[in-house]
Design a protein around this ligand. Structure first.
Ligand code: 5GP
Ligand code: MN
Length: 346
């Protein structure tokens, strides 16, 4: 099946049909994504929101944490009810979970989603243990971004892509590929992006809003985090650590840290880059990024996390003083044990 100039795999088309059976007018549909929503989480849910609205389906966005300011330009008036997310979930007839496949990453909403036990649609591109309540699934780990799957949903169902929806989905693909640079930049993702441009997306305007409208604090925070850089050239390892209270001092949010880990990753010879930060409840959050064949999803699993081969994350209980050395020891061991394969691939 080919629509919008992109062919849709049959299993995705089938999944789309199943999803369509629950997304019908009259039902209260609630859309949600993971804590600290990124461009793909937000872009996917807003893209879907517009598609549903055009079909007369009322949807509400209810995320576990607020939508980062840099994506405010996408959010339609009145669509975001994240400040009363639990209440929205408790009243939902259908819940659509985007860009994650398990309850754990839904933060405080995980409990409410399980309790509600409404049909729970999942649209996602992670390899996931699938701990969500039952419902139709459009899950494809080989997809570049969840936004690509929302595009497939619309295409398979013949739902016209309105310009607002196209713009939001473009943001999802743009940000999850690091601006069409990462290894997940597939030919198909570029075809989808092309179809979105044909719906009137303005790439320069989006670039400016998403990447070139930073508050001063984001740049000062970046400077401070980069001061902590440690490189171990012989191991191919580099890491940075967010200093205590740095976010508060620069009036920044977790979203302002997005992309900083690309700096240690960009050093010649580095195959594994890490970013550490202390988060609430005495936990440490680690971002893992790799170059070449190092599988960081595998490494992140050791710390209760997950993600993709070259971009993963996790959080665990502990203070930085003890937690950071543990992760670094595991990272060095991982690089040692997976040395040959990596050397051969590069
Ligand atoms: P980031 O390091 O930018 O927060 O996340 C990179 C990727 O790692 C995300 O796209 C997501 O797939 C995954 N990820 C981040 N944090 C966690 C986590 O706490 N648990 C799991 N399972 N995956 C995570
Ligand atoms: Mn994603």
């Amino acid at each position: 099946m080919t629509t919008n100039g992109v062919s849709i795999p049959p299993e995705r088309a089938r999944a789309a049909q199943e999803i369509a059976t629950v997304l019908t007018p009259g039902r209260r549909v609630v859309l949600t994504t993971h804590v600290n929503a990124d461009g793909d989480g937000v872009g996917s849910e807003i893209g879907l929101w517009h598609l549903l609205r055009a079909r007369g389906v009322t949807a509400t966005i209810a995320n576990p944490t607020g939508i980062p300011e840099r994506f405010d330009f996408l959010v339609p008036d009145g669509a975001d009810a994240s400040d009363r997310a639990v209440r929205e979930i408790e009243r939902a007839d259908v819940i659509v979970v985007l860009d994650i496949g398990d309850l754990g990453r839904l933060g405080d909403l995980g409990h409410a989603v399980r309790q509600r036990a409404a049909p729970t649609v999942c649209i996602d591109h992670h390899v996931s243990p699938g701990s969500l309540p039952a419902g139709p699934r459009l899950v494809a780990p080989e997809a570049t971004a969840t936004a690509e799957l929302v595009f497939d949903l619309a295409s398979a169902l013949g739902w016209p892509l309105n310009p607002e929806s196209a713009r939001a989905l473009y943001v999802g693909i743009l940000t999850d590929t690091g601006g069409f640079r990462f290894s997940n930049t597939s030919a198909r993702a570029l075809r989808v992006a092309a179809a979105l441009l044909e719906r009137g997306v303005d790439p320069e305007g989006i670039y400016e809003t998403v990447y070139a409208s930073a508050p001063e604090g984001r740049i000062r925070l970046t400077a401070e985090v980069l001061q902590t850089l440690v490189v171990e050239p012989e191991a191919g390892l580099a890491w940075v650590t967010v200093p205590p209270d740095a976010l508060e001092r620069h009036a920044a949010t977790a979203d302002d840290l997005d992309g900083i880990v690309e700096f240690p990753r960009s050093i010649a010879g580095v195959r594994l880059a890490l970013l550490f930060r202390q988060i609430a409840n005495g936990r440490i959050k680690v971002s893992f990024r790799s170059m070449g064949a190092v599988d960081v999803a595998d490494l992140a699993h050791q710390f209760g996390g997950g993600g993709h081969k070259k971009a993963a994350g996790g959080s665990f209980e502990g203070a930085m003083g003890e937690g950071e050395p543990k992760v670094l020891a595991a990272a060095r061991a991982y690089l040692r044990d997976h040395g040959e394969r990596r050397a051969a691939k590069r």
